[in-house]
Ligand binder design. Structure first.
Ligand code: FDA
Length: 317
C-alpha cells in the first residue's frame, strides 16, 4: 500500500518540486546518490574500488523531454567514459544507461535512444569497458530488449536487465543463455499491475530463484542484482551445482544499501559491483528506494528533525 503510494508519487511533478526544494532531503539523498557532477561520482567510485568492489555508474535522468536534453545525457556519459579511461579505471567500472534518459519517450524516440546508446557503447568500447541497459516499466520491456539485441550485433558485451516480478521473465531468461551474454537479474522496482506481475514477495522471490537457476546453468555471465540474503544464498548454492567459479558471475548492489554485505561477499572472492547513481535528476530514483523499504522513510523523517550538518551518512543501513 505504502509502496504503491510512493511509486505513484515518484511520477507526480508537484511532489517532485516539493521534495527536491526541501533542503534537508539532500542529506538523505546523499546516502543513495554520489553527488551531482562527474567529479563527485569519480570520487565515490575511487573509494569503492579501494575496497575491492567494482562499479557501474548511472547518470540520473528519466525526465528527458527534448532531443537536446537526450544529447546532453549522452555527452555526459562520453565525458565520464573518457575520464574512466584516462584514470585507468575502465577495467573495473562500467556504466548503466536508461533509454528514457536517452530520449526513448519522445516522438520517434526509439531510434533516437538507440543512436545515443550506440554513441555511449562506442565510447565504452574505446575505454575498454561495458554498458548495461537498465529496465524500466513494462511498457518499455519489448523495446528495451530489442535495443539490446541491436546493440549486441556490434557490441556483444551490451548487458540486459530482467525483472523477476514480471510473469514473462523466465521466458526472457531462456532467450539470454548464450555464450558470454551479460544479463542482470533484479526483482523489479516499478509499480506493475497483477495482469503482468507478481505482487507477493514470496512469489517474486520464487521467480527470482527460478530465473537465477536458469541463468547459472546457461553459458552467459549472470549479474545478480539483489540485497536479499536468501537470493544470495540460492545463487551461491546453485552456482556450485552448476560447476561455476565465482569469477563467472557477479553480485550487484545499490550504493548505500548493505555496504557490509558488499564487503563480505567481495572478501569471499566474489566480484561485487556497486551501482553508483549521480546527477541532479535524482527524484524518481530516490522515491523508488524509499518504496523498496518504507523504513527508509523513518530515516528521512529523522533527518528532518535533526540539526542540519550534524552528520552525513554514506554507508549501508
Ligand atoms: P528486497 O526488496 O526483497 O530486499 C531485501 C533486503 O534488502 C531488505 O530486507 C533490506 O534489508 C535490503 N534492501 C532492499 N532495498 C533496500 C532499500 N531501498 N533500502 C534499504 N535496504 C534495502 N530495478 C529495475 O526495475 N530495473 C533495473 O534496471 C534495476 N537495476 C538494478 C541494478 C542493481 C545493481 C540493483 C541492486 C538493483 C536494481 N534494480 C532495478 C532494483 C531492484 O529491482 C529492486 O527494486 C531492489 O534491488 C530491491 O530488491 P532486493 O532484491 O534487494 O530485495
Amino acid at each position: 500500500m505504502l509502496k504503491t503510494m510512493l511509486l505513484g508519487l515518484s511520477r507526480v511533478p508537484a511532489m517532485k518540486r516539493a521534495v527536491t526544494a526541501f533542503p534537508l532531503t539532500r542529506r538523505v539523498v546523499d546516502r543513495f546518490v554520489a553527488g551531482e557532477t562527474v567529479d563527485d561520482c569519480l570520487r565515490v567510485t575511487r573509494e569503492l574500488l579501494a575496497g575491492r568492489l567494482l562499479v557501474t555508474i548511472d547518470f540520473l535522468g528519466e525526465d528527458t523531454t527534448t532531443a537536446a536534453q537526450a544529447d546532453r545525457v549522452t555527452d555526459t556519459y562520453v565525458e565520464l567514459l573518457d575520464a574512466l579511461a584516462a584514470e585507468g579505471l575502465a577495467d573495473r567500472v562500467e556504466v548503466s544507461i536508461k533509454l528514457s534518459a536517452l530520449g526513448s519517450q519522445l516522438n520517434g524516440g526509439y531510434e533516437l535512444a538507440l543512436d545515443n546508446a550506440r554513441v555511449i557503447c562506442g565510447a565504452a568500447q574505446r575505454a575498454g569497458t561495458t554498458v548495461t541497459v537498465d529496465m524500466e516499466d513494462h511498457t518499455s520491456t519489448d523495446a528495451t530488449l530489442r535495443t539490446v539485441r541491436t546493440l549486441r550485433a556490434q557490441y556483444p558485451w551490451a548487458g540486459a536487465v530482467l525483472q523477476a516480478m514480471l510473469y514473462r521473465t523466465s521466458a526472457d531468461c531462456r532467450e539470454h543463455l548464450g555464450e558470454g551474454q551479460r544479463v542482470r537479474l533484479c526483482k523489479g522496482a516499478y509499480a506493475e499491475s497483477a495482469d503482468l506481475a507478481h505482487h507477493a514477495k514470496s512469489a517474486i522471490d520464487r521467480n527470482y530463484k527460478r530465473c537465477a537457476t536458469l541463468l547459472l546453468h546457461g553459458a552467459g555471465r549472470p549479474l545478480f542484482a539483489t540485497h536479499d540474503g536468501a537470493m544470495i544464498e540460492h545463487v551461491q548454492a546453485e552456482a556450485n551445482r552448476a560447476g561455476r567459479t565465482p569469477a563467472s558471475y557477479e553480485f550487484q548492489m545499490l550504493l548505500g544499501i548493505r555496504a557490509d554485505e558488499q564487503r563480505r561477499l567481495a572478501g569471499l572472492g566474489h566480484p561485487v559491483r556497486v551501482y553508483v547513481p549521480f546527477g541532479t535528476d535524482w527524484y524518481a530514483y530516490f522515491m523508488r528506494r524509499l518504496a523498496e523499504r518504507p523504513a527508509n522513510l523513518l530515516f528521512l523523517l529523522r533527518a528532518l528533525v535533526e540539526r542540519p550538518g550534524k552528520r552525513r551518512v554514506t554507508s549501508g543501513f
